[in-house]
Design a protein around this ligand. Structure first.
Ligand SMILES: Nc1ncnc2c1ncn2[C@@H]1O[C@H](COP(=O)(O)OP(=O)(O)OP(=O)(O)O)[C@@H](O)[C@H]1O
Ligand SMILES: [Mg+2]
Length: 298
């Protein structure tokens, strides 16, 4: 049975139960989206859980996830629908010799000759789905305009066929990394969720969720160091994805502390630009304790 949240706390608990720890506004906006039937526009830096939120909502609400990955040059044929030319051709060949053009045309522009692409498949589905339109900022404004019709009316006009109306309403999430400003018209139709790097305790909980076996003290130190690194003026600050990767690596390496040697050894997991590496080594690496040699221990 698909879940239907009654309160914000229901949503928060539901997301947690599928391994996603939502911040306050994430639970609130997700709840409103489910209740009001409005799309959510999720913006924020890379790796803070935008895409993952769609996956978590789909798992929690027990709805299929339909995903449209956007890229430059994405067009309607790849996003909405295409005519299945091969099948149409076969049908034309199979038609009786004497069939008139009108009959053939009526025949080959029916729903069975459509190839559904993600947007259409999301509204044609008999069971409601979660529709993820990932990285919408990579497309152009014409594509956005086409999306507007879909997001406000939940219908698609197909010239040869007429209006195709939604069978079910999807929960829609659009994500953006902010590489370009989206149009006001699109924003107006969406609820807005800004996801930023999490607070320390929140990130600690996420890290622990992904690596429950990591020592508590190491996990805490990890998120503290990550927070320090984010303070620096880097090309690409480490995201939650990097914190989790780092935690997994430290666990594998059996690290019982993040001292200066461990930090240097594993630095490339959290910082991935040549110049950033230098800055971080100098500003953070130096501050970490140098491990006492075992000979020095009692
Ligand atoms: N709130 C959270 N609870 C649990 N895990 C999280 C959370 N936020 C992020 N993560 C982890 O961080 C990883 C990166 O998240 P995700 O891929 O969704 O980032 P993104 O914001 O879509 O990044 P990009 O802009 O690069 O696509 C996820 O695989 C997940 O493991
Ligand atoms: Mg993503």
């Amino acid at each position: 049975m698909a879940a239907s949240p009654q309160t914000i706390d229901d949503v928060a608990a539901g997301l947690r139960s599928v391994g996603y720890l939502p911040g306050e506004s994430t639970a609130l906006v997700s709840f409103l989206a489910a209740k009001l039937g409005k799309p959510i526009l999720v913006e924020g830096p890379a790796g803070v859980g935008k895409t993952e939120l769609a996956r978590a909502l789909s798992a929690y609400l027990d709805r299929r996830l339909v995903r449209l990955q956007c890229y430059e040059g994405l067009d309607e044929a790849k996003a909405l629908y295409e005519w299945n030319y091969r099948k149409q051709l076969l049908r034309i060949q199979a038609e009786a010799e004497g069939a008139g053009w009108q009959e053939v045309q009526d025949d080959i522009f029916g729903e069975e000759f459509l190839l559904e692409r993600p947007l259409m498949s999301a509204i044609a589905s008999p069971e409601p789905v979660v529709l993820l339109i990932d990285e919408i900022d990579k497309t152009d404004q014409e594509f956005e305009a086409m999306l507007l019709e879909l997001l406000s009316d939940f219908q698609i006009s197909i010239p040869e066929l007429g209006l195709f109306e939604a069978r079910t309403r999807p929960i829609v999430l659009l994500t953006s990394n902010n590489t370009r400003e989206l149009t006001e018209a699109l924003k107006r139709r969406c609820l807005y969720l800004w996801l930023d790097y999490p607070q320390l305790e929140h990130e600690l909980a996420i890290v622990k969720l992904h690596t429950p076996d990591l020592d508590d003290a190491v996990a805490r130190k990890l998120v503290e160091v990550i927070a320090m690194v984010r303070e620096l003026d880097l090309k690409k600050p480490p995201s939650i994805a990097e914190s989790v990767d780092w935690a997994r690596a430290l666990l594998l390496l059996g690290a019982d502390d993040i001292d200066s040697a461990t930090f240097t050894q594993t630095l490339s997991i959290i910082v991935k630009h040549r110049t950033d590496l230098d800055v971080v080594t100098e500003r953070v690496g130096m501050k970490l304790p140098v491990r006492a040699t075992s000979a020095g221990q009692p």
